[in-house]
Design a protein around this ligand. Structure first.
Ligand SMILES: [Fe+2]
Ligand SMILES: [Fe+2]
Ligand SMILES: [Fe+2]
Length: 516
């Protein structure tokens, strides 16, 4: 190969990759095209396999893409050559001999193509040459050029992913503002905000049972917490009254629907959905509700869903002026209201979603965890390829905590699925946020229980929970700078942290059972 041929190959590669990968940030595809083009350069004698390894800020390399090799999560290949113990990237392309695997060691000639962006080392593209191949200066020069081209392309993919995360953040920050308005309204008469979380999640599983499209369910998820936002405008004397309301006070209370609609003025989809819910969640299917006495289909669908979710949670929760109803009674009551207060189709969906609803009640409970409470929830569906499998050895013997932990596992496995299926950093960011939100709920519940039962190791537990929360926030930030690496990095961290924390720390919570 002469220099011209080499340059021609590289410009062809860059050109092809630029036009074909403009819509995808898939680095596997980038490698595949690279190999398609390099194939025609017979004097390179490359093996048909390679990988991209990127560096995290703590000096660890992650295999983020591959061709002709197993992906990172199933790979046995250990990248243990000297270059991968250093966090500085060599400026020039180099060759290095390495062992291919631990099981069947064979010497492979590795080519390390450095990846840089604005002078900062990102990692390497790793190729393998045939064992007897002698690398000449011309070859190395070609590889240097190739490395520069790949740097540019990978950098472009990184920027694309970062942009998508920013996009998500813009959307989310709007949703967050709206959500916090909902939470603020709730804090006035309920200081944990857990009613909103339960009710929103109930609404979600009902919507799933109704097979509503995903976009609509997302809208519901953001808008449902706003259902009582109008309570902001109700005087304390009425809203916080411990006893039964007089007819006059009740009329005042009812105005929270209209106030909610006034607050939620705006034209976009999200605000409209929130306004529908805030304005109509007390309407009844038979027309006997308020404020407008709407009937059946006149009531917006999302409001009809929220009505069931809201009432069921109100009935089964204790309030200063009433005890919580037993689940069966509340369930029977909701079913009896089918066609009266509630839409029959939604009551059917509610009934279908009951196993999920019961689980959500335990995941977001108001009262202090009773270590001796026995849960008899239906089995969770078994998933295939999981990142962090649940097994009964992880049970600490407090049913409710075990259920929380299983749910954390579930969220982590959802995250894994998104990473493996390459759904992009945007989805990863979304799931990390969800995981962070639930971890906080779980930690607070655990800490509350420890405090209540005078558990000795509480400060140690709180410290570890805080470390975890900080770490997750850090990963979320890192996802912006280095989306490809952070995806793998966070999975490894979650796996190790959670297993260790449950096995070593939470396991000791068993002591509480004896004291309770
Ligand atoms: Fe309400
Ligand atoms: Fe825990
Ligand atoms: Fe814990």
């Amino acid at each position: 190969m002469n220099k011209e041929e080499g340059m021609l190959a590289i410009s062809r590669l860059v050109f092809e990759l630029t036009i074909t990968s403009s819509t995808t940030a898939d680095l596997d595809i980038l490698l595949e095209r690279l190999f398609n083009i390099l194939e025609s350069y017979y004097d390179l004698q490359l093996e048909a396999r390679g990988a991209i390894l990127l560096l995290n800020p703590r000096g660890r390399y992650f295999q983020v893409a591959q061709f002709g090799m197993e992906p990172a999560w199933t790979t046995r290949t250990k990248w243990n050559s000297p270059s991968f113990t250093r966090s500085t990237i060599n400026a020039r392309c180099q060759t290095e001999d390495t062992l291919t695997s631990d099981e069947a060691p064979a010497i492979a000639h590795m080519l390390l193509l450095p990846l840089f962006t604005e002078g900062k080392g990102l990692g390497y593209t790793v190729l393998f040459a045939q064992p007897d191949f002698e690398m000449s200066e011309t070859h190395l020069g070609f590889m240097d050029e190739l490395a520069r081209a790949l740097s540019g392309l990978i950098n472009r993919a990184l920027t694309g992913e970062t942009l998508r995360i920013r996009e998500l953040e813009l959307e989310e920050s709007r949703a967050d503002v709206i959500r916090s308005l909902g939470v603020a309204s709730e804090y006035r008469d309920n200081d944990t905000g857990l009613h909103i979380m339960r009710m929103t999640n109930f609404a979600q599983v009902i919507a799933k049972a109704l097979r509503l499209p995903e976009a609509m369910r997302e809208l519901l998820y953001v808008a449902a917490p706003m259902h009582d936002v109008g309570k902001i405008g109700i005087a304390d004397a009425v809203l916080l009254k411990p006893g039964k309301l007089t007819p006059h006070e009740y009329e005042i209370m009812k105005t929270h629907t209209g106030i909610g609609m006034t607050i939620l003025e705006g034209k976009d989809e999200l605000i409209t959905a929130a306004r529908d819910i805030a304005g109509s969640h007390h309407e009844h299917w038979d027309g006997n509700g308020y404020p407008r006495g709407l009937k059946a289909d006149e009531i917006p669908l999302l409001a009809r869903i929220c009505a069931v979710a809201d009432v069921f949670d109100a009935l089964t929760s204790a309030r200063p002026y009433k005890k919580a109803w037993p689940i069966e009674e509340a369930y029977d009551w909701v079913l009896a209201q089918s066609g009266k207060q509630f839409d029959p189709a939604i009551v059917t969906a509610f009934s279908t979603a009951m196993p999920d609803i019961l689980r959500i009640r335990e995941l977001y409970r108001d009262d202090i965890i009773d270590p001796k409470q026995v849960l008899t929830l239906p089995a969770i569906r078994q998933r295939k390829n999981v990142w962090i499998p649940w097994d009964n050895n992880l049970r600490i013997g407090i049913d409710i905590i075990d259920e929380h932990h299983r749910y954390l596992f579930d969220l982590i496995n959802d995250l894994y699925e998104v990473v493996v299926r390459k759904r992009g950093a945007r989805e990863v960011a979304r799931l990390i946020k969800a995981l962070d939100a639930y971890a906080k709920v779980h930690f607070r519940a655990e800490e509350q229980m420890m405090e209540h039962y005078g558990y000795q190791g509480i400060s140690r537990q709180i410290g570890q929970h805080q470390t975890f929360e900080h770490k997750l926030a850090e990963f979320y930030q890192e996802l912006h700078d280095n989306p490809f690496v952070a995806q793998f990095d966070v999975l490894v961290y979650l796996h190790d942290w959670l297993l260790h924390h449950i096995r070593v720390e939470d396991m000791q919570l068993q002591a509480i059972i004896k004291n309770s």
